[in-house]
Each structure stands twice: as C-alpha cells, then as structure tokens.
Design a protein around this ligand. Structure first.
Ligand code: ADP
Ligand code: ASP
Ligand code: MG
Length: 521
C-alpha cells in the first residue's frame, strides 16, 4: 500500500523554448523516444538548493541535462532546514512550545520568501508550504502533550524539509519552461520500519518506481523526488538516516535501471580528504565502487555510507559534481576504477567510541555480540571495527558514539547470562576517540604501510591508540584521541603525497593501459 502523502503539484511548463519539442509533442511523437535517451538520476544536496540563487543554478543544470537525457531529480532539504526540524522535535519533547513556534515561523518565512523570489505566482506554493508545515507542527504538538518523541513522529517532523523543497524546485523548473512534478518518495521507496535508518525493500520499490515514474518520463515530465524519505508497506513515513538523499538517488537509479547517477554538491567531487580539514586535498577524477564505499562508510560526508549499495550489482556509474562549478568534470565512481594507485584518500569518523572488553577473547565477544544483536532493531550497524587489543584476552569494538552505551549494555547483559563460567570480564567505554581510515586498492599487499603511517604520526606527536588492525584489501583504520584527529588526517595525507595524486595518476594512466602501477611504494 502506498502512503497517502502526495504533494500533488504538477507543473505544466510554460513554452519550453529550449527543448527540441514540447513535453506534449514528445508524448505524442512516441513514448518510446524517451527510452532511447539515457536516464540520469540527479541529486542536489542542501547547499545546492540553499537559497533562490542556488536553486536557479540547479534549474539551469537540469535544463541542460534534460536536452540529452531523461532526468529524475532528487532533492535534499534547503541547507540547515533538517537541523532546525530536529531541533523543533527535540524541543517539543522538552515542552518548549515557544521555541517550536519560532522555528516553524522561521521555516515558513524561509520557504515562502524563496517562492516569492523564484516564482511569478507563488501563492499556490505558499499555501502548500503552509499546509505541510501545519502537518509537521501537529506532530510537534502531540509530542509536546506526550513529552515523548516517538521514532515515527521524529521521522514525520525531520522529513519536512524535503517535502518543502521538492515542490519548490518543481515549480521553478516549470518557470524555466520544463514540465515537472513533485513526487513524495513515500510513494516510491518502500522500506523496512527502522525509523531513522530505514532500508529499502527492493521489489516493491522497483514496482512503485516503474509504475509511477516511467509514465511521467515518457510524457517528458521531470519528476522531482524528495530525498531522505520512504514509507513502510503500511504507508508510515520513514527516513533513511542523515545525509540519506544520496542513498535515495541510488535506490531510484537501481529501481529504474538508470544509466547514471549524478550527485551535485558543494565541492568539486570526491576528494583525497575533507577539504575543510585538509586544505590541500585534491579532487579524485576516478575511483572504484569499493574505495568510494569504504570512504563513505568511514566518514567522507560527501556520500551517505550506504550510497553505493543499490548500484553495485547493476554497475550503474556515479558522478560527484559541483553545482557551483558545473563545468568541472568532478569524480567518476566506476565498478573497477583506475588501477594505477594504492592509497587514494583519507577519511575520519569524529564521533566514535571505543568499547574495551577485558577478560574475553575476540571470538567470544563477536559471538556474544552476534547473539545479542540478532534483533533487527538493535544497533548492529553501528559497529565500525572489532579487533583484538595489544593485551591478550582484551577485545576492542569501535562504534558510532550514538550507539555506544546501548552496545556496551547489550554486551554486559549477554555476558551476565553466562556469568557462572566467566566472572572476569570488565567492559569500559571511551567516547573521546576518532577513527582515521586510509583507503586504496590492494592495501593489504603494501609492505610497511602501517609502519609508515605510525612514523608519520609520531613525527607530529600524534599517539595511535593500541589496537591491532591489519590493512584489509581496501582500507587501513587506526584510532586516535578525537583532539588529534585533524593532525592525524593532515599527516597521513602528507605522508602519501595525496595532493600530488591526480597529476601522478594521470601520468601513469596515459603511460599505460597495462598492469597495475604502484605509485606509493
Ligand atoms: P550535500 O548537502 O550536497 O549532500 P554534504 O555536506 O552532505 O553535501 O557533503 C559535502 C561535504 O562533504 C563537503 O562540503 C566536504 O566538506 C565534505 N567532505 C568530507 N569528506 C570529503 C571528501 N573526501 N571529498 C569531498 N568532500 C568531503
Ligand atoms: N536533509 C537530510 C539531512 O540533512 C538528508 C540529506 O540532506 O541528504 O540529513
Ligand atoms: Mg549530503
């Protein structure tokens, strides 16, 4: 069953001068025509739709793309809006009615003034904005009365930003002469019921997307889909997790057998490190699915951690490009990537926590964790690393700090149940750590990699926490105190000369199409 939530704003374009023919013409000529065009899913992040000037740029990008391909647009909430909504939800729980009212007033003004700036006739959309805000407000009011924020209400409130931005962008496209329709992803992406971190159920999602989006594409209408959200089979709204609009885009791509996904954001592509932390980070021109997935998983915020999952099997390529420098080529993420370099990038998770279990070996801990977390609603996905410590019979788990306490309790309970045999364990929790990860292909065969990293860190007086973690095929992770994270990233980036990566990589690839070239030995 589909959700009842439907944005129902269809925009018939004004004279579409820039298209080869009008949307109606395209439908009349031949619905199959659109099938000969490649299908691109283009996702625009929060900064890309952050204000009227940005939204105009977005419309230009979509207009240019729609000349040569069918396009499904996925939008995030305007920058900062999801944070404000989460703030409203939290303040509702603590009963702060005035603060909640002020947030909704601000949100109305922000969206309504964007509509006025962008549209000749903004009134219909302003009504829609008001109506949507009322829906979220009533969830806040319920929360204020109950003094309890249920996962369902939390998702209903935090999803509002996308449900506001999609009709706005669709209306702007119409103003630019492009037929468009805002679609709520609750109609498309059927998920499990894990509020705040839902995953798609592929078969119903595929069926919904084919039935709902294909006919629009065949009529030359550009669907503008809300990122970040889905709905259970019963129609209850869910969210895919913070930053989840990237994931929405690849879910739609897989469901529609798209030819390509383009993630439009505020940097030139996937870079050798977060440029906010490492100023000489460089854009990577091409990278493999596997490496990009590791980077996303280990903290490169430019991609939601699960972004690559839906497209890996169908081998749909991705690009990451800059909305504000659309002429740049960006990063291509391809199944195999180029084969000429080892270390490609560094990433970090700043909000990690370290759980140490003393008096049990790793097999014991892994088994206990497996048993305890077999319930799908438990935070198993929050375990980042599990490894032996340097001390025998100690095991370390590195987890996202939001789940650390729950996981430590889960382990304590699990061990308590067989306490007669094992009285000796002690579980400690340290929430002041960060995980730094080096990503590249074939890292496990690189000799001396760990020594090299540790020496580079020692030169900067950064202490690595003593956890044994060998390089896997694609990544090497180590832990440091959170206060040392930026220094560790900079030192590691420098050690592997990642700011030189692109020039060396292109030299190597133009020199040979032959065997793998190692650049960092
Ligand atoms: P959007 O709103 O478009 O989804 P995000 O803020 O979620 O954008 O992601 C883009 C940000 O990710 C960049 O501004 C950058 O600071 C950060 N980032 C972290 N690691 C990387 C990386 N390896 N490459 C590029 N950007 C990164
Ligand atoms: N708006 C959501 C967030 O801020 C999803 C996204 O931007 O991808 O997390
Ligand atoms: Mg993002």
């Amino acid at each position: 069953m589909r959700s009842k939530i439907n944005l129902e704003i269809e925009n018939t374009a004004h004279a579409p001068r820039s298209l080869d023919c009008s949307p109606a013409d395209r439908t009349n000529h031949s619905p199959r025509k659109s099938l000969h065009k490649p299908l691109r899913i283009m996702k625009f992040g929060g900064t890309s739709v952050g204000n009227p000037a940005c939204i105009r740029k977005v419309a230009e990008i979509i207009r240019a793309a729609s000349r040569e391909s069918d396009v499904v647009v996925v939008v995030s909430a305007m920058a900062g809006v999801t944070n404000k909504l989460i703030d409203a939800a939290t303040r509702s729980e603590s009963g702060n009615r005035d603060a909640v009212t002020a947030i909704f007033k601000q949100l109305y003004e922000q969206h309504s003034s964007a509509a006025s700036a962008l549209l000749d006739s903004p009134v219909d959309l302003q009504h829609k904005i008001h109506e949507l805000l009322q829906q979220a407000k009533s969830f806040c009011q319920e929360t204020i009365v109950l003094r309890q924020l249920t996962p369902r209400a939390s998702d209903a409130i935090s999803s509002l930003g996308e449900r506001l931005s999609a009709p706005l962008v669709a209306a702007v496209l119409a103003e630019h002469g492009l037929a468009s329709k805002a679609i709520d992803a609750t109609e498309l992406i059927t998920t499990d019921s894990r509020h705040g971190a839902a995953d798609p159920l592929f078969d119903p999602t595929r069926q919904n997307c084919q039935e709902r989006l294909r006919p629009l594409l065949q009529q030359g209408i550009i669907p503008v889909v809300t990122g970040f959200i889905g709905a259970t089979a019963e129609g209850v709204l869910t969210t895919l997790g913070r930053g989840g609009s990237d994931y929405s885009a690849t879910i739609l791509a897989a469901a529609l057998d798209a030819d390509e996904v383009i993630i439009w954001t505020d940097v030139d592509g996937l870079m050798t490190a977060d440029p906010r932390t490492v100023p000489d980070a460089r854009t990577i021109s091409e990278i493999s699915y596997r490496e990009a997935a590791e980077l996303a998983y280990f903290g490169a915020k430019v991609l939601h951690p699960k972004t690559l999952r839906p497209v890996m099997q169908s081998r749909i390529p991705l690009q990451i490009r800059n909305t504000f420098a659309a002429e740049q080529a960006g990063t291509r993420i391809t199944p195999a990537g180029p084969s000429n370099v080892r270390v490609k990038a560094v990433a970090a998770i700043s909000d990690a926590a370290l759980i140490t279990v003393r008096g049990r070996d790793m097999v014991d801990v892994t088994e206990a964790l497996g048993r305890a977390l077999s319930n799908p609603s438990s935070p198993a996905a929050e375990v980042l690393l599990i490894s032996p410590s340097h001390s025998p019979n100690d095991t370390c788990l590195v987890v996202h700090s939001s789940a650390a306490k729950t996981l430590a309790d889960v382990l304590r309970n699990e061990f308590a149940s067989d306490a007669p045999h094992h009285q000796g364990e002690q579980i400690t929790l340290d929430s002041t750590v960060a995980v730094v990860t080096i990503v590249g292909l074939h890292l496990c065969t690189a000799s001396g990699l760990i020594d090299r990293v540790f020496s580079a860190l020692a030169r900067e007086n950064v202490e690595v926490l003593p956890i044994a973690q060998g390089a896997s095929e694609c990544n090497l992770s180590y832990m440091v105190a959170r206060r040392d994270m930026n220094a560790a990233l900079i030192a590691t980036h420098r050690e592997f000369q990642l700011s030189e990566l692109e020039s060396e990589a292109s030299a190597a690839s133009s020199a040979t199409n032959g065997p793998t070239t190692w650049l960092y030995e």
